[in-house]
Design a protein around this ligand. Structure first.
Ligand SMILES: [Mg+2]
Length: 280
């Protein structure tokens, strides 16, 4: 297994790119329910409206079309929705403005903005973001792959190269995949250090895979978007139906992928199903 794109070697005519968080690894729910949401409640003192705040938090970040949204944008959207319901909650308009104008949604970029403005809500947002990172490192034993992932990867790897394409920290992803013995089925590991998912797919494509022989497997609209901009195929892991999704990938979708009948009607049917699953 190679880390990053540099030493990657194409060994098969087909390539399957697999997202990690919420797709192969059952890590999204626990991170949002134990780290992101609760740390916001702590930093902004929202204990009085805790229950409704968490419902809205989970809706925005996990169970709707904005699933997988950047943490800062998810924070702003949640606060907006909570305020719309008439609850008393801090005004995050300075944070919103920063998310809309910064060229990088990251803690260092937020620190630079704080140095310029000394804004209290930006400071709280940074405090929250750092507390979330700390809380996530303390979760370590809570991650598990979804049922069907290990078997699915083994079957995929019989006929296709596999690359992890993730926007999470590369080291953390490698540790998770190693600990759960998934890594032996993987030829490349591309984390956030390798660039956006769309960029990673484009780079992998340069090794000589035809676009119709590349499949992106993901759980969030951002994964579909990364596939679309590269004109490659997309297979959705449906939130709440992950096991079914992995089993169907191995038993049905893979055959269509190899036979060349995935694009068109079947692809559209999968995308429709993906969207309706996030709009319930
Ligand atoms: Mg994901």
């Amino acid at each position: 297994m190679k880390e990053g794109i540099k030493d990657f070697e194409k060994t098969k005519p087909y390539l399957v790119c697999v997202d990690s968080d919420g797709c192969a690894m059952d890590t999204m729910d626990v991170k949002h329910q134990k780290c992101f949401g609760p740390k916001a409640i702590e930093v902004w003192g929202l204990q009085d409206i805790e229950e409704r705040f968490m419902e809205i938090w989970n809706e925005v970040n996990l169970y709707s079309i904005s699933r997988g949204i950047n943490r800062f944008k998810g924070l702003v959207r949640t606060f907006d929705l909570v305020a719309e319901e008439g609850y008393e909650i801090s005004d995050l308009s300075t944070v919103k403005e920063w998310t809309e104008t910064t060229d990088e949604l990251s803690n260092p970029s937020l620190e630079r903005e704080i140095a310029k403005t000394d804004d209290q809500q930006l400071k709280k947002t940074l405090d929250w973001s750092l507390k979330v990172n700390q809380a996530i490192t303390e979760l370590s034993d809570d991650d598990e792959p979804f049922s069907g992932v290990k078997e699915g990867l083994a079957k995929i790897n019989d006929g296709a190269d596999i690359a992890i394409v993730s926007s999470a920290n590369g080291g953390a992803v490698r540790d998770e995949w190693t600990r759960h013995e998934l890594i032996s089925h993987v030829q490349a590991m591309l984390g956030q250090e390798s660039g956006t998912k769309a960029h990673c797919i484009a780079e992998l494509q340069k090794f000589g895979y035809e676009p119709t022989k590349i499949l992106m497997v993901g759980d969030a609209p951002g994964d579909l978007e990364a596939a679309k901009v590269n004109c490659v195929l997309y297979y959705p892991i449906l939130v709440g139906n992950e096991r079914f999704s992995w089993e169907r990938l191995a038993s049905e979708a893979l055959t269509k992928f190899y036979e060349g009948s995935f694009a068109g009607e079947y692809q559209q049917q999968l995308i429709n199903e993906f969207h309706s699953n996030l709009q319930k």
